[in-house]
Design a protein around this ligand. Structure first.
Ligand code: SF4
Ligand code: FES
Length: 248
């Protein structure tokens, strides 16, 4: 260890199919400015080749490297060690919550992806939509911020952080509801509102905003769920008045 390095103990969640979960400890000499994912890779390369984890782009684009670091959801490829540890300290790394564990730090996200398909979420945007500044008016929020749901990484970190998803697996979850809100903004397809107007849809949210706090891409799922509620109420009210017909 040189004088610029820190000695940090990494406690890593381990679980293989059919075996009980436990934590393995690895004492590592690290550069405080290197990223958590770099150290996980080093542990795999030099200490334990059976450690399983997901990663791809290493620059906060693919959403694959989401893990819980000291109990908080992080994209580990952009989380420096100095943000989560100190010299001589510990870092606990766990898989995302609210998804079944497949192996160690890898979770099964297939239900999440299927739910995104159900609400017609498409990550493929036209060049105009994918680039700033957007020209279409509906892409600009009242506070002047641009909407960038096309940048949802499908990382699942919002689902992991959500206290309702923890107790209610049937809950559609923040990432899915945010995608539905975005799809509705784009299409004005009222069937999307009917789909999420459900006790396990928008009405299950307790407004904890943990999803918004951990989202690495400023999708702001908490705000979008509240906006979907307003869209549903507007839609219901307009249906009532359209049934009454013209006033005499
Ligand atoms: S809404 Fe944010 S936290 Fe949720 S999946 Fe998309 S990028 Fe990840
Ligand atoms: S490895 Fe792609 S977002 Fe981290």
């Amino acid at each position: 260890m040189n004088e610029t390095q820190w000695r940090v103990t990494f406690e890593i969640y381990r679980q293989k199919t059919g075996q009980p979960a436990h934590f393995d400890k690895f004492v590592m000499d690290v550069d405080p400015d290197e990223y958590v994912l770099d150290v996980v890779e080093r542990i795999w390369a030099y200490n334990d080749r059976s450690l399983t984890f997901r990663h791809a782009c290493h620059h906060s684009t693919c959403g694959a490297c989401g893990m819980r670091v000291n109990g908080v959801e992080k994209l580990t490829c952009i989380t420096p060690i100095r943000e989560v540890a100190r010299n001589g300290g510990q870092v606990r790394i766990e898989p995302l919550r609210n998804f079944p564990v497949l192996s160690d730090l890898v979770v099964d996200m297939s239900d999440f992806y299927l739910r995104l398909d159900d609400v017609k979420f498409s990550q493929v945007a036209s060049l105009q939509d994918a680039c700033l500044p957007f020209e279409r008016k509906q892409q600009v929020r009242e506070d002047g911020r641009y909407e960038r749901l096309v940048d949802c990484l499908e990382c699942g970190m919002c689902i992991s952080a959500c206290p309702v998803a923890l107790t209610t697996p049937e809950y559609l979850g923040p990432g899915v509801l945010a995608a539905a809100q975005h799809a509705y903004q784009q299409s004005r397809d009222a069937s999307l509102l009917d789909q999420v107007d459900d006790q396990n849809g928008v009405w299950r949210c307790h407004s904890a905003y943990e999803c918004t706090a951990v989202c690495p891409s400023n999708v702001d799922p908490g705000w979008r769920i509240m906006d979907l509620r307003k869209d549903i109420l507007r839609h219901q009210i307009s249906k009532i008045f359209s049934r009454r017909g013209p006033s005499r």
